[in-house]
Design a protein around this ligand. Structure first.
Ligand SMILES: NC(=O)c1ccc[n+]([C@@H]2O[C@H](COP(=O)([O-])OP(=O)(O)OC[C@H]3O[C@@H](n4cnc5c(N)ncnc54)[C@H](O)[C@@H]3O)[C@@H](O)[C@H]2O)c1
Length: 353
């Protein structure tokens, strides 16, 4: 089968991770990079000089190309929904960086448009693909933890004012919002992936613009109830110098696990869980060392690494080939945005003020 032909829109910080992952997928014969677009065409030119493809000055120019099968959205978060609609109308498959959008209505419009167009729509949540996250997921899904009673997440990172000043979209309600929507969205995804959907935000207190000159929140605590009846706390800030590794912990009646960064810092079950070799056999887990310490993400926005994205994008390509939903389908990735909006509503911030 022919490689899936990609176009990327948005040639900023995260685009390099996609460029590097696509080069690896090109070596595997699965994908090829055809073009990259940015409103600032110089950025697209710089990107294509490094990773290949043709530089375009707009999404429209990219979508006009008949040799592009799939578009990856690496633009500011609050543009993702409307760009997914545009791409779907042009008949392109859509892979969106996290989050699918900041606002749930935009996500729902994009899901409707991609369904109507019959194209595949997936998201990036690369932290699901690490070996330890996959092991935790298997433990929960197999019942090895018994009943999950508590599922908590903490993203206590550090982002300076200088970071927020690197883009006029950063920290605005329209295009980014705050720590829950940007840095913490991975945790909002992972806790629900592991413990099921949050159906109620019991309380949420957020501090928009606290210690930083932005509109969105830089600090917040929420308490939540999952569909199963389990409870949880979600604690997030970008003010904690100079960043703790993020943490997700799942407590069950027969076992519990704690992910610190991408690694299991705690894993206990009443009965023996699968042998060590099972993690290595998992075909969805990101493999090998990636040469980037992803725990540095807590203080360095660029410390993302390639391996998680590689697994995530590879699965998207195979989903298109096999005419199935990707593992991080839009429906799956929507849950983080839904929870985000429930939290903003409960805290009465942004458009819910
Ligand atoms: N998966 C991860 O771990 C991860 C890490 C970092 C960023 N991200 C996500 O990637 C997205 C981009 O973040 P970033 O840090 O790379 O931002 P960035 O500001 O560095 O890059 C965004 C790029 O989009 C371009 N752009 C803006 N509006 C455009 C438009 N209308 N048409 C074409 N190009 C346009 C800008 O010129 C810029 O080059 C965000 O949604 C963010 O949440 C994900």
């Amino acid at each position: 089968m022919e490689p899936l032909r990609f176009g990327i829109v948005g040639c900023g910080v995260i685009s390099g991770t996609h460029g590097a992952a696509l080069q690896r997928l090109q070596d595997e014969g699965l994908a090829t990079l055809i073009a990259a677009a940015d409103g600032d065409k110089g950025r697209a030119e710089k990107f294509t000089a490094k990773y290949g493809g043709v530089a375009c000055g707009s999404l429209e120019e990219l979508l006009d190309r008949s040799d592009v099968d799939a578009v990856t959205l690496c633009t500011p978060s609050g543009l993702h929904g409307r760009m997914a609609v545009q791409a779907a109308k042009a008949g392109k498959h859509v892979l969106s960086e996290k989050p699918l959008d900041v606002w749930i209505d935009a996500v729902d419009e994009a899901i409707a448009a991609t369904r109507a167009a019959g194209v595949v729509y997936g998201g990036i949540f690369q932290e699901r693909f690490t070996q330890d996250a996959q092991k935790l997921k298997r433990a929960v899904d197999s019942g090895a933890f018994g009943e999950i009673v508590l599922a908590c997440a903490e993203t206590k990172w550090y982002r300076s004012q200088k970071y927020y000043d690197t883009g006029s979209w950063r920290g605005t309600w329209e295009l980014d919002a705050g720590v829950f929507s940007n840095q913490g969205i991975h945790s909002l995804d992972k806790v629900q992936w592991l413990a099921g959907e949050v159906v109620e935000v019991i309380s949420a207190t957020l501090r928009p613009g606290f210690h930083r000159g932005i509109e969105g929140e830089t600090l917040g605590v929420a308490t939540v109830r999952y569909a199963s009846g389990a409870l949880g706390t979600l604690t997030m800030t970008t003010l904690s110098y100079d960043g703790f590794p993020e943490r997700v912990d799942i407590a069950g009646t027969r076992g519990s696990g704690m992910l610190v960064g991408d690694h299991l810092a705690h894993f206990k079950t009443t009965d023996p869980f699968e042998p060590e070799s099972a993690a290595a056999d998992s075909d969805t887990a990101a493999e090998g060392a990636e040469g980037v310490d992803t725990t540095e993400k807590s203080k360095d926005p660029g410390a993302v690494g390639t391996e998680g994205h590689l697994s995530n994008i590879r699965d998207f390509v195979l989903a298109v080939r096999e005419n199935r939903e990707p593992l991080v389908s839009a429906t799956e990735a929507r849950r983080a945005v839904n929870l985000l909006n429930l939290i903003y509503k409960a805290a009465k911030v942004g458009p819910y003020a």
